[in-house]
Design a protein around this ligand. Sequence first.
Ligand code: HEC
Length: 88
Amino acid sequence: MADSAKLMGPAFKQKVSAGKTDAKPEIWSDWAKFEKAIADYEKAASGLAAAARLDPAATGAAVKALGESCGGCHESFRKPKEQSYKNR
Ligand code: HEC
């Protein structure tokens, strides 16, 4: 997952906000914030990998932090379910 974070920026660099996508236009109007969300996710994923290896007791909290990083980005940059292209 931490490695996948490196693909997220390049994957979204090209603006695709029409057609079959739930990506919000805010990704491109607020690119710095989007990159910050990617960085938070990468950090949380690396944190989970380290916890799983070195500190099993911290793994639960690390999973929670990772989940929050998914939600943190989706909240700002992914259209909610009701607005998803899948429901149109
Ligand atoms: C940096 C931002 C960001 C992070 C972090 C992120 N997502 Fe997303 N996610 C998106 C965006 C944007 C979309 C909508 C993409 C589209 O429709 O083109 C999406 C879509 C999805 C979808 C729907 C895919 C589909 O086929 O429609 C799932 C499932 C998902 N994310 C799961 C996760 C999980 C689980 C995590 C954390 C482990 C995560 N995401 C972290 C931005 C992010």
